[in-house]
Design a protein around this ligand. Sequence first.
Ligand SMILES: Nc1ncnc2c1ncn2[C@@H]1O[C@H](COP(=O)(O)OP(=O)(O)OP(=O)(O)O)[C@@H](O)[C@H]1O
Ligand SMILES: [Mg+2]
Length: 140
Amino acid sequence: MFERVLLAVDGSDHALHAARTAADLARAMNSNEFRIVVAYDFIPPYLGEPNLQYAIDARIDDAKAIMKKAIEAVGQIPCEINTEMIEGSAAEAVLDVAVTRNSDVIVIGSRGLGTLAGLLLGSTSQKVVAHAPCPVLIVR
Ligand SMILES: Nc1ncnc2c1ncn2[C@@H]1O[C@H](COP(=O)(O)OP(=O)(O)OP(=O)(O)O)[C@@H](O)[C@H]1O
Ligand SMILES: [Mg+2]
């Protein structure tokens, strides 16, 4: 059970908390696949050069930094960590990977980087839990 774990992170403390829980799950379940997804925004080409290239480089650097922090939060687990950085909507990216990779469980935070006070569940979590092809663990 839960052999293939999919973790989604956005650089928030909520997501790092989810990363630690996903790692606990992988250790408890002796999982054999652990995948981390970071989705980053599409940059519209009408930005024009040189701003376009700066923006493209900056968001990839951001995604790499988010991934690095998540890998540190995961720590030692029984299998290798696979990483995917995907351009586009976070929920769509997570759902696509879950389908393609046949994930057994998706682990996400209840909230992310969003600033809307009082929101119990962010829009990414809502969409993922509504459309997921597998169980979803929403970490609080
Ligand atoms: N860009 C992303 N890439 C990967 N996972 C993400 C991304 N954005 C959010 N997530 C995952 O979804 C969880 C919940 O974030 P969500 O975006 O739903 O909440 P929010 O940012 O507080 O609200 P909203 O985005 O609706 O303003 C995060 O903790 C993370 O696990
Ligand atoms: Mg968000």
